[in-house]
Design a protein around this ligand. Structure first.
Ligand code: ARG
Length: 469
């Protein structure tokens, strides 16, 4: 695609009527958006077709004129698709590039397309259409990732690993339960995207520049033709606010933040010190100097890209914060952050959705790690409570037993029954059942708990929800 920068010798063809001199060559470059908003070309053409058909139905354009416009727009779409379309900087943005080319192809009828419309409602429509498609694509990747996570959880409902708080061993959990925690985060993310989608799915066409139009337009017709739920309610708001883009980017920042947290865990788990999972070679890279290295680059990069997505959220919030009603050129700056946000998030989700089903968990290493750090100390305290010892006293007793084990370099379950009874006489031989990892996780058998039985049920419920989407 060529990008002509021929300096203007006469006032602009676009709005030259009012101007006595041509636009400064640098100002032309500075104000143009065609270099990036051409991404919206398919939506721009879709919107123009809906607008032209509505104008025809309302008797503003003739059927013959509509036929010319439809054929011309099809030709423009074809040129863009083939890469033969000449994008011109002197035509500023995607909207005027397409309209001017349409007029070149079909003649004066092309000049009628903009009747009852402004680039302000046009661009607000284009971005919504584009973002709606993007939300759907992102939701599909999110669903694919969730399916992978839930499948992995289904295979590990009774694989025991240490659960952490403060990154210190806390209590034994099942690996499936940990994975389903990831799934919960992503499920809320999906809901946020759906909320965002329903609020953005309103049609601004008809708002024109800001105040509406003098033509007898049918806003319900254009809204329906473009798959919007309804026309927007206020023309000033329609052309001005980009809160839907901010809302999407906020949801994206949360998704990225969740992926970043998962990434951090994968990076740790893939280390020799944890060895909880292996990441297949095809998702890793090596070192140019250290021959032994296999680095978890994919999760590290996902963690890093979160900063970029969070940055786009700040950019859009700041872009909007001081704008008076209605449209201001500031809003042209919404596109690059939004486009990059969608592309970056899509890549991160794709990487995760591909990688998660291929992860190779190491239950043996997880089980070994769960045996360290007195993970069943709470179970021992609960055991005493069941023998009518107040919890706070039981906590104290077990704390002393743990201190003893630390000094002796042993585990709670290594202590002889008599030694344990030295800490509390009510401890019986059945205590060893609650000190095992399996006993500990099995005992947490309630909704939201980590027992294999609960995790199995949670897997079924998660799959039902995914299948219902
Ligand atoms: N390229 C512009 C944008 O992205 C289109 C709207 C221009 N409207 C205007 N009144 N200058 O916002």
């Amino acid at each position: 695609m060529s990008q002509s920068e021929k300096p203007e010798s006469t006032p602009s063809d676009l709005w030259g009527g009012r101007f006595a001199e041509p636009t400064d060559a640098f100002v032309q470059r500075f104000t143009a958006s065609q270099g990036f908003d051409r991404l919206l070309a398919p939506q721009d053409i879709q919107g123009s077709l809906a607008h032209a058909r509505m104008l025809t139905a309302q008797g503003v354009l003739s059927a013959a004129e509509l036929a010319e416009i439809e054929a011309g727009l099809a030709a423009v779409a074809e040129e863009i698709q083939q890469g033969t379309f000449e994008w011109r900087i002197d035509r500023e943005d995607v909207h005027m590039n397409i309209e001017a080319r349409l007029t070149e192809i079909i003649g004066d009828t092309g000049k009628k397309l903009h009747t009852g419309r402004s680039r302000n409602d046009q661009v607000a429509t284009d971005i919504r259409l584009w973002l709606r498609e993007s939300v759907d694509a992102i939701c599909a990747e999110l669903t694919r990732l969730q399916q992978g996570i839930v499948d992995l959880a289904a295979a590990h409902t009774d694989t025991v690993m240490p659960g952490f708080t403060h990154l210190q061993v806390a209590q034994p959990i099942t690996f499936g339960h940990h994975l389903l925690a990831w799934n919960e985060m992503l499920e809320r993310d999906f809901g946020r995207l759906q909320d965002c989608r329903s609020r953005l799915n309103q049609c601004p066409l008809g708002a024109a520049a800001l105040a509406g139009t003098t033509f007898a337009i049918d806003r319900h017709m254009t809204a329906a033709a473009l798959g919007f739920e309804q026309p927007t309610r206020n023309s000033l708001d329609s052309v001005s606010d980009r809160d839907f883009a901010i809302e999407f980017t906020a949801a994206a920042a949360l998704i990225a933040t969740h992926l970043s947290r998962m990434s951090e865990e994968l990076v740790m788990w893939a280390s020799a010190q944890f060895a909880f999972v292996a990441i297949p070679d095809r998702f890793c890279t090596g070192s140019s100097i250290m021959p032994q290295k296999k680095n978890p680059d994919v999760p590290e990069l996902v963690r890093g890209k979160t900063g970029r997505i969070n940055g786009h959220l700040m950019a859009l919030l700041t872009l909007m914060k001081a704008q008076p009603l209605a449209y201001n050129k500031d809003n042209q700056e919404d596109k690059e952050p939004l486009f990059d946000c969608v592309a970056t998030l899509g890549d991160c989700l794709r990487a995760f959705a591909d990688m998660v089903p291929a992860l190779q968990p190491n239950p043996e290493a997880m089980g070994r790690a769960a045996l360290e750090g007195f993970a069943t100390a709470t179970d021992l305290a609960d055991y005493l409570v069941r023998r009518d010892i107040p919890f706070r006293d039981a906590h104290e007793v077990v704390g002393k037993a743990v201190a003893h084990c630390v000094a002796e370099g042993c585990r709670l379950e290594d202590l002889a029954l008599e030694t344990l009874q030295g800490f509390h006489p009510d401890i019986g031989a059945d205590v060893f059942d609650v000190l095992t990892l399996e006993g500990s996780v099995a005992a947490r058998n309630h909704i939201g708990g980590t027992s294999p039985q609960q995790v199995e049920a949670a897997v079924i419920a998660a799959r039902d929800r995914l299948n219902a989407r």
